[in-house]
Design a protein around this ligand. Structure first.
Ligand code: XLS
Ligand code: MG
Ligand code: MG
Length: 397
């Protein structure tokens, strides 16, 4: 880390709305084909290490910190009070809570399963998370539906399953209104997170666009309380341009929370840390978000690789992820105020002037012909900014 030079100070890092998930730091490297490579880390250590790094916000699934069998019981109350103590000792805030509706055997047929008792249990779990969110001072609740889909066709009737899933969200929003009213707190922002594949073969709500249409389907009692938590890689996974997916979320007024990471198109959910695979695309994404005044959380939802040690998770993985994000965010500011890019953008928008015949396609194309070369110039300029390359730079000449 020292050899890499220049890192941001913890004080600087804390100025950004960067949130650190409990599950990211405590991920032990396990997967279907992988044994764990790291030993378990509890929330007290994660919160302490985030504080040292300068990650100012923490978030969690209910079962990252509370064993399933203790949910809603004394064990939960005891753990929640230990979390509050730990957060306040280290000057962190809880930004978001989310319900695990994918891991436990009870979700084998999804949280919107045919059996009414599973759906009642799901609604209770979502309500319980909302209560926990208020106790911890969270502003957001996230919903990645996980197993809402199927392996084999025919058993699941999609419209019925989606109606059932909406009932769970409706229960969560009703509970939120009641609890927020009692405590005099604002209601939470409920954010849906789509993923195109995994852990089912087919997914009923695979993209952020699908989530927006679900929000507007008429099934939700409070669509105004429900928005999106897109994840960069989840959009890339299905082959989308993440920036275009985010732009559509912005236009729908639903870009409220953002999971930041990186990876590859049409692969599984590799959850690589932000900027390690697609830094130029990331720069572009952040230009869009800056220009549209996005001020929600940037949630470090990635997985430190199995090759990173327990020490490395906090000494290398998190600080470098945070610093790449900040650098890219600052560069995005530079892009927006860059004189070359600004002039090129203004010229493109001014257009090439009046065509000799406004209804003649060839004449309209001709007046714009030279201007359009600026598209490639803008791309070149962004790469120059990204790699710190300046005009006239030479190496060993
Ligand atoms: C899984 C999701 C998950 C959500 C929260 O792929 O990214 O981590 O962000 O449940
Ligand atoms: Mg995520
Ligand atoms: Mg992911």
């Amino acid at each position: 880390m020292q050899a890499c030079g220049g890192a941001y100070s913890p004080e600087t890092r804390r100025k950004y709305y960067i949130t650190g998930p409990q599950w990211a730091a405590s991920y032990e490297g396990q997967a279907l084909f992988h044994a764990p490579t790291r030993h378990p880390v509890g929330f007290e250590e994660v919160i302490r290490r985030y504080a040292e790094i300068g990650i100012g916000y923490w978030c969690t699934h209910d079962t990252d910190v509370i064993p399933t069998e203790e949910l809603g019981k004394d064990g939960q109350a005891e753990i929640v009070s230990r979390i509050r103590k730990s957060l306040s000792e280290h000057g962190l805030s809880c930004s978001m809570v989310t319900t695990e509706t994918f891991h436990h055997a009870v979700w084998a047929a999804s949280p919107a399963a045919e059996a009414p008792e599973v759906r009642q249990y799901a609604a209770w779990r979502l309500e319980n998370t909302v209560r926990m969110g208020h106790e911890l001072g969270a502003q957001f609740a996230v919903y990645w539906p996980g197993s809402l889909g199927y392996y084999t066709q025919g058993a699941v009737e999609e419209t019925e399953t989606l109606r059932w899933y909406a009932e769970g969200l409706n229960a969560a929003c009703r509970e939120d209104i009641a609890v927020a009213g009692k405590l005099g707190r604002p209601t939470l922002k409920h954010c849906l997170e789509a993923k195109p594949f995994e852990p089912q073969a087919e997914i009923l709500l695979p993209t952020s666009d699908a989530m927006v249409s679900f929000i507007n389907s008429g099934l939700l009692e409070h669509p105004e309380m429900v928005g999106l938590n897109p994840e960069y890689l989840h959009e890339l996974m299905w082959g989308a341009a993440p920036r275009a997916a985010l732009a559509r979320a912005i236009l729908a007024g639903k870009l409220w929370h953002f999971d930041i990471n990186d990876g590859y198109r049409l692969k599984h959910d590799v959850d690589i840390a932000v900027g390690l695979v697609n830094p130029l695309d990331w720069l572009n994404v952040l230009v869009l978000l800056r220009n549209h005044g996005y001020n929600g959380p940037f949630n470090l939802d990635y997985k430190p690789p199995r090759t990173t040690s327990n020490h490395g998770v906090f000494a290398v993985s998190f600080p470098t992820a945070v610093d790449r994000f900040i650098t890219l965010w600052e560069m995005a500011g530079e892009v927006s105020s860059d004189p070359v890019i600004s002039e090129a953008n203004a010229a493109l928008r001014a257009g090439g002037g009046a065509a000799s015949d406004p209804h003649d396609a060839a004449a309209v194309a001709a007046v714009n012909r030279e201007l359009l070369t600026l598209h490639e110039l803008i791309a070149h300029r962004m790469v120059q900014i990204l790699i710190g390359q300046h005009r006239g730079r030479t190496f060993s000449m």
